[in-house]
Design a protein around this ligand. Structure first.
Ligand code: TXA
Ligand code: MG
Length: 309
């Protein structure tokens, strides 16, 4: 999709008035506002119905700009060189003189930062002199949006503008790595653990952080509001069946994440399919077994959380 200068200008105008807009990223769409403004960031929590103690990710154009707000160590530089811009978020130590609003961090001294790859959002970030706080653009605990229309579905007219960037190419949120002490992966995401470990020659493991400290990591999340059952071989009659292996028979209740066992493709389609199934008002979602490797781990994580009761 081409960059449309007038929509970038319009976005900047709204952001400068401390209002929120929807922005496209390669992972999922974000609900963005000026990360340096208390007024603007407060609106994000309100619109999303997000608890104030759940901190936000801040999106930067490049490492140079980030250095004003955070301490950077050798791991950051290594991972930045290899994967940024891209689907990875770093938890870093905030500098004392950082300009990031206290609302973003819930007054803590760590900050989640990321450098989105989507060319339209990069062009926006380049032109503004503040970074963008942007959680996924969905009502708290719901399914993350992967198109402009999904964002519209979530917020209707409560947000002033959505910058269109087509469909998110990865379709799963960024992988979060805490780099403050010994690096650890605290959220599975669009970049697999295997890829990260290969790049930095470490053997990082997924390590879910304290659930109360960061409610975003809590169990019920990414939920379509319909019960989900995993590892199902023989689906019930009227349920929606999510699959990754092509079946010989056709059935209107079959929803393929991929027909080629391609887990990258399955990841891209996951939220789109969950939204579609929700709209069709199914009462139950059953899921075929998905291998727990590469992005399969992230898909299984999201499905488990979405199915938590
Ligand atoms: O791909 C993504 O990361 C998307 C796009 C829009 O960039 N953003 C996203 O943001 O998924 P959100 O707010 O939906 O999820 C951010 C997660 C939350 O679970 C939050 O608790 C956690 O990051 N988080 C934020 N700041 C943190 C911090 N300082 N320490 C630990 N976890 C943090
Ligand atoms: Mg989210």
């Amino acid at each position: 999709m081409k960059i449309n200068n007038s929509s970038i200008k319009k976005s900047i105008k709204i952001l400068e008035k401390n209002e929120c807009i929807g922005i496209p990223t390669e992972t999922v769409y974000g609900l963005a506002a000026n990360a340096y403004s208390n007024e603007a960031t407060l609106k994000i929590f309100k619109i999303k119905k997000r608890p104030k103690n759940n901190p936000l990710i801040v999106h930067y154009y490049n490492l140079e700009r980030l250095k004003k707000d955070c301490h950077v160590n050798r791991y950051v530089i290594k991972l930045y060189k290899k994967f940024c811009p891209g689907p990875i978020t770093f938890i870093l130590k905030l500098k004392n003189d950082s300009m990031v609003s206290k609302n973003v961090t819930n007054n803590q001294n760590s900050l989640a930062v990321r450098f989105p790859k989507h060319h339209i959002t990069r062009s926006l970030l380049k032109k503004i002199n503040f970074p963008l706080a942007a959680p996924s653009a969905n009502i708290s605990t719901g399914i993350s949006p992967v198109t402009k229309n999904d964002v519209k579905d979530e917020f209707g007219k409560t947000i002033k503008y959505i910058l269109n960037g087509g469909r998110s190419s990865i379709g799963l949120e960024s992988t979060i790595v805490n780099l403050i002490n010994k690096p650890k992966i605290i959220r599975l995401g669009g970049l697999s653990i295997e890829e990260i470990n290969k790049a930095i020659g470490l053997n990082l493991k997924y390590f879910s952080e304290n659930k109360l400290k960061f409610p975003g990591q809590s169990k019920l999340h990414y939920s379509p509001g319909i019960p989900i059952k995993l590892n199902i071989k023989n689906p019930k009659k009227g349920s929606a069946y999510l699959l990754i292996n092509k079946k010989r028979t056709n059935n209107k209740n079959f929803f393929y994440l991929t027909k080629k066992k391609n887990l990258i493709e399955a990841g891209k389609n996951l939220y789109k399919m969950l939204r579609k199934i929700k709209k069709k008002k199914y009462k139950l979602i059953e899921v075929e077994k998905i291998p727990n490797k590469g992005l399969g781990q992230t898909i299984n994580d999201r499905l488990k959380r979405a199915s938590f009761k």
